[in-house]
Design a protein around this ligand. Structure first.
Ligand SMILES: Cc1cc2nc3c(=O)[nH]c(=O)nc-3n(C[C@H](O)[C@H](O)[C@H](O)COP(=O)(O)O)c2cc1C
Length: 341
């Protein structure tokens, strides 16, 4: 079905196509289609990590449903979990358009959306109606105009607003589209941020897991610094990885890349890079949610073999449509054993 619609969608402006698709999927037609989309629901797919029951290890990556508009739909399409956001405390419009581009030759996207979202208060209301059995994580960030030395307050505000509604939290310190955000990946600010958040969690009645989402553009020594901080702060795990600012080894001509300009690149070119980062984190015994460039069931298997306990998709869904979900859930996904979880 998607192979018929895709050429039409790919002729539209990418962001308009995205909004239009979400609207259609949210209509009566979309919901009827989603009901017809049969996905495997075997017990072999169940996972129990951090005290959370995932009905399968496949999640929707952050950014696809930033505002939590379509939770029942993702549930019907078969995802085991959905990461909404990135959510900031106050609503913001994001960067000027155009800000989303397709690179079909590379099976990739470039985006510089810049955390466009409805803000924590409005989005939190939508989470009150989340479908039973669907695990929902909230990916949180800072507003563009919040100075970096006050960023902790933004993350804390989001954490507290969603604390009773979310199953887990992801701290986004790796988007390339919010100026200087990636400076929060440096050991000292990261340590301060994680300690403040863990301290807030320790005061709550129920423990909820916190993950950090990291960039694929970090060097190995830098990755080891992040791992050390993550261990010290006893966070639940790492989401690896966000989009890359690199434009290396692409088939898309340089003239087109130059015309597109800045932004984070996602999709197939990210696959190997994110897998090597995942392996390195896994060697340090930190649980990983693996994301980046999954386009097939085999890719999903390899992402778990690289060390991921759970996996997420975004760009693959744009290129392949919902049949990718079924293909992944039918694949022989290994069950990753996590010590202490
Ligand atoms: C259009 C777009 C918007 C995104 N927005 C966010 C976001 O708000 N927060 C975030 O943590 N990641 C965001 N991401 C990154 C994805 O969650 C994911 O980490 C990345 O795209 C790599 O996975 P993929 O190759 O399967 O797309 C976005 C990606 C795309 C393509």
């Amino acid at each position: 079905m998607y192979f018929i619609i895709r050429p039409i969608l790919f002729r539209m402006d990418p962001e308009k196509a995205h909004e239009w698709t979400l609207q259609v999927l949210n209509s009566v037609w979309g919901r009827s289609f989603a009901k017809l989309h049969k996905v495997p629901r075997h017990s072999r797919l169940h996972r129990l990590y951090w005290g959370i029951h995932f009905r399968n290890p496949l999640g929707l990556a952050a950014g696809m449903d930033k505002n939590a508009y379509l939770l029942p739909l993702w549930d019907m399409l078969g995802f085991g979990f959905v990461e909404i956001g990135t959510v900031t405390p106050r609503p913001q419009e994001g960067n000027p358009k155009p800000r989303l581009f397709r690179l079909p030759l590379d099976k990739a996207l470039i985006n510089r959306l810049g955390f466009n979202n409805d803000g924590a208060a409005q989005i939190a209301h939508r989470l009150e109606y989340k479908p039973d059995g669907l695990v929902v994580g909230v990916n949180i960030g800072k507003n563009k105009d919040t100075p970096l030395d006050k960023a902790v307050n933004d993350y804390l505000a989001c954490l507290m607003r969603f604390y009773d509604l979310a199953d887990y939290f992801t701290i986004n310190v790796s988007s390339p589209n919010t100026p200087d955000l990636r400076l929060l990946e440096h050991p000292f600010p990261l340590k301060q941020l994680l300690e403040a958040l863990q301290n807030a969690v320790s005061k709550q009645k129920r423990w909820k897991p916190i993950f950090i989402k990291i960039s694929p553009d970090i060097s190995m020594p830098k990755l080891h610094e992040i791992i050390a901080v993550a261990k010290q702060a006893q966070i639940a795990g790492i989401v690896a990885t966000n989009t890359t600012t690199s434009r290396e080894n692409l088939k898309t001509p340089t003239t087109i890349l130059e015309k597109i300009g800045e932004g984070g690149l996602s999709g197939a070119p990210l696959f190997a890079k994110s897998n090597s980062i995942i392996s390195e984190i896994d060697k340090a015994n930190i649980p990983v949610i693996g994301v980046g460039g999954i386009f097939s069931g085999q890719d999903a298997v390899e992402k778990i073999q690289a060390g991921a306990a759970l996996i997420q998709i975004y760009t693959g869904l744009i290129y392949r449509g919902p049949s990718l979900i079924r293909e992944i859930l039918k694949a022989p996904l290994p069950h990753k054993y996590l010590a202490n979880y």
